[in-house]
Design a binder for this molecule. Structure first.
Ligand code: 0L1
Ligand code: MG
Length: 268
């Protein structure tokens, strides 16, 4: 993927779109997808809006602690009707502890995903391979992601969802930290329970064949937008299964083979 496209939308227009997304996020009020007003919005412009959103949140004191790959598994792509992965940034304000209660009152229509997260010990930049990612990884651990599209009805296209920081809302690291080569990450199974009932089952290989491939894809996109992945980053590889919609009163538990489990409950 290369983003060497002409700069069609002005910086002011990009800033306005980022404000639109940020306001929807802050007040948990849905908006229509950006391509309704800007049908020619490109993927590159989607990432320019995402960058403007990131700069604005940093200006408000949030610290970027890592990134996420999204739409990296067939179940997720099928669920959302999109066939290309995307990335988003994660800030400290989005993190919630494992076994905690997460309020839904400041979210629009939350859904939960089970993911494998990588914590890096060396910078990754440019075009890298999955082997490069494994070598630069300190440890891997389970994570839950709570996504929340700011678009009405969770309906969007790739350009709009990228501008919306790939639906990032909350993330919950947990379970056991393990060395990346201690397990075959392709065969790490996950069972997701929704209010005690098994709701989704999958294995790491759903994520682009190997979760490290998703991190390599993410580093490549970072390169396209002029960024690198610093050492010490927390990076989620993408949902192994389809996402589970949740409401106040619900409990989600994700059990990972040999990596422990994470439970969260949802409140008003
Ligand atoms: O983390 C994800 O896979 C979400 C990517 C954006 C698409 C969605 O909101 O489902
Ligand atoms: Mg995700």
């Amino acid at each position: 993927m290369s983003f060497d496209t002409p700069k069609a939308l002005s910086d002011i227009a990009i800033e306005r779109l980022a404000e639109r997304v940020e306001t929807a996020q802050r007040y948990a009020t849905p908006i229509h997808k950006l391509t309704e007003d800007y049908p020619d919005l490109t993927v590159a412009e989607g990432y320019r809006v995402q960058t403007a959103l990131r700069r604005s949140l940093e200006g408000r004191g949030q610290r970027v602690i890592g990134w996420k790959a999204g739409l990296t598994s067939k179940p997720k792509m099928a669920q959302m009707g999109v066939s290309t992965p995307a990335i988003g940034f994660l800030t400290d304000a989005m993190e919630r502890p494992a076994n905690s209660a997460i309020s839904v009152s400041d979210l629009i229509h939350p859904r939960v995903e089970a993911e494998i997260a990588f914590v890096t010990k060396a910078e990754l930049s440019g075009k890298v391979t999955a082997a490069d990612v494994m070598a630069a990884t300190d440890y891997v651990q389970p994570a839950l992601e709570v996504i929340d599209s700011r678009f009405s009805g969770f309906k969007f296209d790739l350009e709009s969802v990228i501008a919306d920081n790939s639906s990032s809302a909350r993330y919950v690291p947990g379970g056991r930290m393990v060395r990346p080569d201690a397990l075959d990450l392709r065969t790490v199974g996950v069972v997701m329970e929704h209010n005690g009932q098994i709701a989704q089952i999958g294995a790491g290989a759903e994520v682009l064949g190997h979760p490290a491939e998703a991190i390599a894809m993410l580093v490549s996109v970072l390169d396209d937008i002029g960024e690198t992945l610093p050492a010490g980053s927390f990076v989620m590889a993408g949902a192994i299964t389809a996402a589970i919609p949740v409401k106040a009163g619900d409990t989600i538990t994700a059990r990972f083979y040999e990596m422990g489990s994470i439970t969260v409950t949802f409140t008003d």
